[in-house]
Write a protein that binds this ligand. Structure first.
Ligand code: OAD
Length: 245
């Protein structure tokens, strides 16, 4: 079903020079990666996030948490970027200033060709020492989780509940939100802060805020344009309309 994309939105996008995008799990849904909060299929429907995606959960059961991420890493290795990721990579080429901020940890934006990607919540492909925080590229797989040479457990380089976001990534994301003319929020339930604050920062800085999501979210009532569709369907349509604008 084609989603109606207002001509006014196309004209604003065509005239813009600075664009910022925030993506969430929804943009990877069409690649076959479960979102977090979709009631039936969401990851949290089957697991208690407090048990798995927290420092306390890891300290309580490092093997369970390590293996849960190993399973997610294997699932991600087996999927491909979808037309939504590809459309954002193409969109980036149209603008002098384009920042893609993602809450996702799956590298699909980079694999689709996006270059200016800001990873707010880390990346599941990276592993770091749980004590020194240093990234470790080679590690033995004789233990689960493996150990850092310093003796501490290794862990995924992702942000867990209750942890701070990487300061440089958050600063880049906030600057992009405050200086853009167009802010696109795509595939996120807009519930987790500080990521969810980015579109509101853009709004108060005078940007046009656009949401692409089949469901309404906490952001919908604030957005200038709300496109109720799947990212993999709407973004290619939007790109096509822009090409002939
Ligand atoms: P959620 O699962 O909370 O939200 C996914 C959103 O994507 C929902 O609003 C869906 O309606 C929407 N959606 C589903 N399919 C879609 C599609 N094909 N196209 C567009 N939208 C679609 O995931 P996030 O908002 O990304 O953080 O969750 C934010 C953070 O909460 C995650 O990064 C993670 C989680 O805790 C950490 O782990 C730190």
């Amino acid at each position: 079903m084609d989603v109606v994309i207002p001509q006014e939105l196309i004209e604003r996008l065509a005239a813009a020079r600075r664009v910022a995008v925030l993506t969430g799990a929804g943009i990877s849904a069409e690649s076959g990666i479960p979102t977090f909060r979709d009631a039936l299929t969401g990851l949290w429907a089957h697991y208690d996030p407090q048990e798995l995606a927290t420092p306390e959960g890891f300290a309580r059961n490092p093997k369970l948490v390590w293996e849960w991420y190993a399973e997610r890493r294997a699932r991600i290795a087996g999927v491909q970027p979808n037309p939504g990721h590809a459309a954002l990579a193409a969109l980036e080429k149209r603008y002098e200033h384009f920042t893609l901020v993602t809450q996702n940890i799956d590298s699909l934006h980079q694999r689709a060709g996006s270059r200016a990607v800001v990873e707010l919540h880390g990346n599941i492909a990276r592993v770091k020492c749980s004590r020194e925080e240093t990234i470790v590229s080679e590690y033995p797989d004789d233990e689960s989780p493996p150990r850092c040479p310093c003796g501490a457990w290794l862990r995924p380089d992702v942000v867990w509940f209750g942890e701070m976001l990487p300061a440089d990534a958050l600063a880049r994301a906030e600057t992009a939100a405050e200086h853009c003319e167009m802010f696109l929020s795509i595939g996120t339930s807009a519930q987790v802060y500080p990521a969810a604050e980015l579109p509101l920062r853009a709004l108060s800085a005078g940007a046009t805020v656009v949401e692409i999501n089949p469901e309404r979210t906490a952001l919908t009532r604030h957005a200038h344009f709300s496109l109720p569709g799947a990212a993999g369907v709407v973004l290619p349509q939007l790109l096509q309309r822009l090409a002939s604008a």
